[in-house]
Design a protein around this ligand. Structure first.
Ligand code: PSU
Ligand code: MN
Length: 293
């Protein structure tokens, strides 16, 4: 990794919470390694971020990834607020979108690919559950390639929040915001861009103006892997109801909703998640390459 940065090669940041809290073992391990390979096959260098033994790491070895994958939710889920505490304790931490963006920015990496970002949860009018990922997008200059906000969230409120904080939501080859498991959400994007070169160009312009902050590149799940929207809506309503009944809140909520969705769809949501992640990793690599051109 250090070598790649020295040569100012194309580097794509990847997160580790998706490994520990987003998918079960051993699919999480297999996916993490396949995603890294996809970045390499596309001509860029992958850098999976985490805190290992109290140190920020940009780029993990396969055996470090395996360790995190096996420990799963035993590893601390690490967002911005958690970073100094895990360092003080010499612990391991799996970085969320927010924490991954922070490490990426420190390491000089502009592009980060993941599955889905955190957002404004449904019912946030009373719970005030808004992911720290959104605040990070407001202030940290890393572009996040994702498949759009997951429909466990309130997509409309998530867009309002991003707009307030000046975070552009770009549709990759689409005018409509994708909704993670589905290529369509009924919401529009702020801008549509059709190539990695155009995205890189906008990023360079923004940086040259000294405008800080992230950007969301929403890349629709390939049609053949999309899930039925009516079915997913029922599944999501049930998972949210269960979380309510069991008083699941704070950092535990998103992992709970993901796990229940996977169980209720007999693993179909997991399969879709893997495919969209791969799709995003490839686009991330193309953008990273275009930035070095
Ligand atoms: N959405 C997914 N898969 C994930 C996550 C979100 O589809 O694994 C993870 C990411 O690491 C994201 C975090 O940063 O959940 C958001 O958690 P919270 O809602 O607690 O901020
Ligand atoms: Mn939350």
């Amino acid at each position: 990794m250090a070598g790649a940065l020295d040569r100012s090669d194309a580097v794509v940041a990847l997160e580790s919470t998706i490994i520990t809290h987003g998918m079960p073992y051993p699919k999480n391990l297999d996916t993490a390694l396949t995603v890294q390979a996809a970045v390499r096959d596309s001509g860029a260098t992958p850098a999976t971020m985490a805190i290992m033994g109290g140190k920020l790491k940009a780029g993990l070895s396969d055996s470090e990834i395996e360790g995190l994958a096996r420990q799963g939710q035993m590893v601390s889920k690490c967002s911005r607020r958690d970073i100094p505490f895990l360092i003080e304790n010499g612990s391991n931490g799996a970085t969320t979108v927010a924490a991954t963006m922070i490490i990426a920015e420190m390491a000089g990496i502009w592009v980060f690919a993941t599955g889905g970002i955190g957002g404004v949860h449904r019912g946030a009018e009373s719970s005030m559950d808004i992911s720290a990922d959104l605040q990070e997008l407001a202030k940290t200059s890393v572009v996040v390639v994702c498949a759009g906000p997951k429909s466990i969230l309130d997509i409309g409120l998530t867009l309002e929040y991003l707009e307030t904080h000046g975070v552009p939501v770009v549709g990759y080859q689409t005018n409509e915001l994708p909704a993670f498991f589905a290529p369509n959400s009924g919401f529009g994007v702020d801008y549509r861009l059709d190539s990695a070169a155009e995205i890189a160009s906008v990023l360079k312009t923004r940086r040259s103006l000294g405008l800080v902050g992230g950007m969301v590149i929403a890349n629709p799940i390939p049609e053949e892997f999309a899930l039925d929207q009516t079915l997913m809506e029922q599944v999501i309503e049930q998972t949210i109801r269960e979380a309510d009944e069991q008083w699941i809140t704070g950092k535990d909520l998103t992992p709970f909703l993901l796990k229940r969705a996977e169980e209720l769809t007999d693993g179909e949501s997991l399969e879709a998640n893997i495919q969209l992640m791969l799709n995003n990793a490839k686009l991330g690599a193309e953008i990273a390459k275009a930035l070095t051109a």
